[in-house]
Design a binder for this molecule. Structure first.
Ligand code: SF4
Ligand code: SF4
Ligand code: SF4
Length: 251
């Protein structure tokens, strides 16, 4: 499978949120009114106007000092996107895949689709709908920039090298190299869903400690990836919602 991919190395992220702001700027998305919830994560969640969100988790380390986990949430641009499969049942062509990059793109045709079905089909809790219109939105992979030889805005702005973008095979190689290096400092380090998506993460700890939808865990008895992605999305979401990490932000 060729095309493009993001490799997001969370181990070198500082939580500056530059990527989140760059996404807003490039896509000319308005800010949303928020309130202080006792966390640096702001806004609280993705929305029709927020395609990228740096999620913050704060834990107490063994020495009693705080440890930050940052997760740069965005559409994973699945290789076989369950959202598209669901949309095609009612609005064929409502979600398309860009032939050059593999980006999964939402079109205005989705206004006629059942947004609830599409939202439930996504195992990563990504699609958002605009109240009152029915239009849906999410990360576009900045395809118009990529088609013109530019990096996605969020990647271009990242000052630490956490955001990487390029040919998918090169991103996979880079991710595996960084995993082996990271294992020396973080034995629980892992890569998320690298076989299934175009946005994969290097995490230094269990995915659920970052965010409940950070990664899909599969049971070995599952028939195949496509079935897993489509049919267990709902149950995984329900399961994830029951997870209760020890988060001093939420304590
Ligand atoms: S992450 Fe969700 S919205 Fe993005 S392509 Fe996959 S199923 Fe669709
Ligand atoms: S690729 Fe573009 S649209 Fe997607 S999160 Fe990055 S800046 Fe936003
Ligand atoms: S711009 Fe880079 S360092 Fe800053 S929050 Fe985003 S991924 Fe992390």
């Amino acid at each position: 499978m060729t095309g493009k991919a993001f490799f997001i190395d969370t181990t070198v992220c500082t939580g500056c949120r530059g990527c989140q702001i760059a996404c807003k700027q490039w896509n000319q998305l308005p800010g949303t009114k928020t309130k202080n919830r006792g966390t640096y994560q702001n806004p609280e969640d993705l929305s029709f106007y927020t395609y990228k969100l740096v999620r913050f988790k704060e834990y107490l380390g063994p020495d009693g000092k705080p440890v930050w986990y940052f997760f740069q949430d965005q559409c994973r641009h699945c290789l076989e996107p369950p959202c598209k499969e669901t949309a095609d049942e009612s609005v064929p062509g409502g979600i398309i895949i860009d032939g050059e990059t593999g980006a999964v793109l939402y079109t205005d045709k989705l206004k006629k689709a059942n947004a609830k079905d599409i939202i439930e089909a996504c195992p990563f809790n990504i699609p958002r709908v605009q109240k009152g219109t029915g239009f849906m939105a999410k990360c576009t992979m900045c395809v118009e920039r990529v088609h013109n030889g530019l990096l996605p805005a969020c990647v271009k702005t990242c000052p630490t090298g956490a955001m990487n973008f390029g040919d998918r095979d090169k991103m996979i190689s880079l991710a595996k190299k960084r995993l082996s290096e990271a294992k020396k400092d973080f034995p629980s380090a892992t890569l998320t869903n690298i076989e299934d998506v175009r946005v994969f993460y290097l995490l230094k700890d269990e995915p659920s400690k970052y965010y409940q939808f950070a990664s899909i865990e599969r049971s070995p008895e599952l028939m195949d990836r496509k079935m897993a992605m489509k049919h267990i999305a709902g149950s995984i979401k329900k399961l994830a919602l029951n997870l209760n990490p020890i988060n001093i932000n939420n304590a």
